[in-house]
Design a binder for this molecule. Structure first.
Ligand code: TXA
Ligand code: MG
Length: 310
């Protein structure tokens, strides 16, 4: 079933039931090399699926429930399909009353990707889910619009230096402060472990370009503008979406995907997006915009190489 979280809507299945998890991949048309995040009702359940270290305990105590996923060594009970055959598993406790009520009632960890067709923008309202997957899921739980609006931050704790696999709702600055440790950016070697890191992902059908600065006159054609704040200088656009009247990054993040979807529904020639500051959640906003703007790769070019399955 699809269910709300504070970040985006998820498409959940019993994490210990490989057949149910297989259905999730099928419904999303998601490649099986892309592992799922396992959702828990309580931080104390982490040991059911993963092997936490002291840093994991510290981060969980500070940020759970919340938009942070931790990549840790897995327990063998987790089906290979959930982890794409990796020896690791991503876990988080969502900060949403309905999500946690569901997780408690299910009495099992729930593996859930975002509830959108693979590669498309994640859903932040129940309408987004129903539009795209409504006829393919058994149940959709309505929890209203998602507060954060961007997917969770993913941090890998496998090496001495933690790695930020995906910027998201919890900022790198906050993580570094709580850990008292620098967090590294992913290297080439980390990339296949984070297919959400595919160059083109979170993408609209309409091509999108990121502007170097605030928009002025629209370029030729029917162009939509994704403005960071009210912009009286913008002129000639076929449609304008303002993410936050006064440019507040948290508000911009929570509106980003819904605004992208509205612009994408207009069949325009091009979307242009104003850039935002690369700090706090601004990093996550720019990360999603860049992936949306990336050219489709040559077929197969982004697929990770063969990986040993257990
Ligand atoms: O906010 C979120 O994280 C949402 C809500 C529903 O919780 N979920 C979400 O799931 O965004 P999904 O599947 O769309 O993105 C999960 C990302 C994928 O890019 C996947 O590669 C990465 O997490 N991931 C999962 N397990 C991993 C692992 N063991 N190692 C590295 N990356 C992992
Ligand atoms: Mg996703």
């Amino acid at each position: 079933m699809a269910f709300p979280t504070e970040t985006v809507y998820g498409l959940g299945a019993d994490a210990f039931n490989a057949r149910a998890v297989a259905r999730v991949f099928e419904v999303k048309a998601r490649p099986s090399f892309d592992p799922l995040i396992v959702h828990l009702a309580e931080p104390g359940e982490i040991g059911r699926v993963a092997v936490p270290d002291a840093r994991a305990e510290t981060l969980a105590a500070r940020f759970w429930p919340g938009p942070l996923s931790l990549v840790l060594p897995r327990r063998p009970v987790v089906p290979d399909l959930v982890t794409a055959g990796l020896e690791t598993v991503a876990v988080r406790v969502p900060d949403h009353a309905a999500a946690r009520a569901l997780l408690r009632a299910a009495e099992t960890p729930v593996a859930a990707p975002s509830a959108n067709p693979f590669g498309y923008v994640s859903p932040t309202t129940v309408e987004h889910v129903i539009d795209q997957l409504g006829d393919r899921v058994d149940l959709v739980l309505d929890g209203g619009p998602c507060r954060v609006g961007l997917e969770s931050t993913i941090v890998s704790l496998l090496a001495d230096t933690p790695v930020l696999l995906r910027p998201g709702g919890v900022s790198r600055e906050d993580l570094e402060e709580v850990l008292g440790q620098r967090i590294a950016s992913p290297t080439r070697a980390d990339r296949p472990l984070a297919p959400g890191q595919l160059q083109r992902h979170y993408a609209t059908r309409t091509p999108l370009r990121i502007l170097p600065r605030e928009a002025g006159r629209a370029p030729e054609g029917r162009v939509g503008l994704l403005a960071l704040r009210d912009n009286p200088r913008a002129a000639g656009f076929a449609a304008v979406e303002v993410l936050s009247p006064d440019g507040q990054l948290g508000i911009a993040a929570s509106n980003l995907f819904a605004a992208l979807r509205r612009l994408d529904a207009l069949s325009l020639d091009l979307l242009v997006a104003e850039p935002c500051r690369e700090e706090g959640v601004g990093r996550a906003i720019m990360d999603r915009l860049r992936r949306c703007a990336a050219k489709p790769a040559a077929p197969g070019a982004e697929l990770p190489g063969p990986r040993g399955r257990r």
